[in-house]
Design a protein around this ligand. Sequence first.
Ligand code: ADP
Ligand code: ZN
Ligand code: MG
Length: 471
Amino acid sequence: MIESFIGLEIHIQLLTKTKVFCNCKNEFTHVPNSHVCPVCMGYPGVLPVLNEEAVRKAYIVCRAMNCHLNEKAVFDRKNYFYPDMPKNYQISQFNSPFGVKGLIEMEGVPKVRIHDAHLEEDAGKLVHEGMTSYCDYNRAGTPLLEIVTEPDFKKPEEAELFMQNFRKMVRYLGVCDGNMEEGSMRCDVNVSVNFEGKGLGRKVEVKNLNSFRHVKLALQYEIQRQSRMITAGESVVQETRLWNDEKKRTEGMRSKENANDYRYFPEPDLPPYCPTKEFLAQIDAAQVELPWVRKRRFIDEYGLNEDGAEFLTEEKEKADFFENAVKGGISIANASSWMRGEVAKDLNKAKKSLGESFLTVEKFVTVIKLLESEKINAQAAKKVMDIIINEDADPMQVIEKNNLMQTADSGEVEAMVDKLLADNAKVVAQIKGGDQKPIGFLIGQLMKTSGGKADPKKARELILNKISQLG
Ligand code: ADP
Ligand code: ZN
Ligand code: MG
């Protein structure tokens, strides 16, 4: 039997207003080199100034991963030459990063030990067109947090699930938008195989995977490739590979450099960072219930099923909305089914998130309470919901304006049914003759003429009664 070992190196772009060591905007733009200055362009004689907001967000993640926080964190220069980094070195952290020895526990994944989390500056982007390469330094110097796990995953699916939950976590914490297509969250995977009981094998690194699917596919491919090799008595070469998604395979890129190649040394232009008690108290205060913990609690506390809890805890915004709606006094079943159903549908149509729409918890609760007390029917509730999601409107006013209150006066509805039956003598005869099918048509007509005010549950009964009375 062959065992596999997987370790992840996850890079997240921290959401800050400015870059990590200068005052340039940290913001995506299509105009190349529009957010640059002498510091991030690596001019001689300039000095880096550490961005406190980047530091705070980095520590929030370290804390959420239960890391030990070094009393004195040190910045180091990682030296290499490549045109995406005009200084010819990257400021990073090596021996004493912000956080070390963390642990993340979630369902479906073995306990994952975090080796460390370190803050560094991102490199620029090279754009290759034919024989010409262009350098865009807008991204150079933007804050990146790199999280390195121990090789604690055994299966590609575990690494994939971990990544998905990790993405939710950084979004819950508000430190990264987790947009993998735009590269704000990227992942390198390390994988080795060995005969069972022999421990770690010789690892291969697959770089720059920008989707969960690629993480899984690249790992599956590598495990097969390496397993075939060791079974045939060959040895795996330690190297860096890339995922080719067209050919669905990994390809060799370069032999693996090691730490010595980078000649790390302490950054002389930045003092070590020593977090104060007050600062750490702020970091503690910024912690939130993590998405997978919250999901489990939603199942236990509200009796939701797996899918329902998964949906409602996808985003912190959605989970908060749900809990506040329930606190507002509507039933768990309605809060959950209306959020998953009509609200999700309308938001999808409007291409907006909950927070971007006009819907508030108060408005949502108002509508559902009217529904629960049978003041309006489901059809009317859907209509109101659609409007208050798309416009800044008051639900009561929408209901009044559209005359959506369920008619308390049943006489009015009865009169409508009388007229309906008189106007549709043929259909009535058909029903009297024992064909129940056209009754749906009559209910539909009644809903239409009543403007949705008739209660569809009662309409059927009423129509049948009236027909039998016709004698
Ligand atoms: P390097 O010095 O090559 O960067 P590290 O020890 O720093 O290697 O580990 C980098 C990543 O590779 C970590 O995520 C770690 O868990 C993983 N890793 C290390 N050794 C192995 C191995 N033998 N098999 C699988 N993953 C490994
Ligand atoms: Zn700059
Ligand atoms: Mg390393």
